[in-house]
Design a protein around this ligand. Structure first.
Ligand SMILES: [Fe+2]
Length: 83
């Protein structure tokens, strides 16, 4: 179960890092260097969170040995269009 929780957090961190990357790009487009820098720093932080949960996922998945089918089912059920 811990590997599934880590996998779900990896998905969340992917979403948040993508959001801040888009904000960074938008700030660049409208020539807002301070916002661009802040969004970039938060983006890097979110990528770090992804790496953190990725390490936990690898560790727990080795212990719990959930099948890829089960993990894919979890991904399917946590995607927004299937809630
Ligand atoms: Fe995060």
């Amino acid at each position: 179960m811990q590997d599934i929780k880590s996998l779900a957090r990896m998905i969340i961190e992917t979403g948040t890092s993508t959001f801040y990357k888009a904000m960074q790009s938008y700030a660049s487009d409208i020539n807002e260097p301070v916002l661009q820098k802040i969004a970039h720093l938060i983006y890097k932080d979110e990528v770090g969170h992804y790496g953190h949960f990725s390490k936990h996922f690898t560790r727990y998945n080795e212990e719990e040995k959930n099948s890829r089918t089960k993990l894919l089912k979890v991904l399917y059920h946590i995607s927004p269009q299937n809630r």
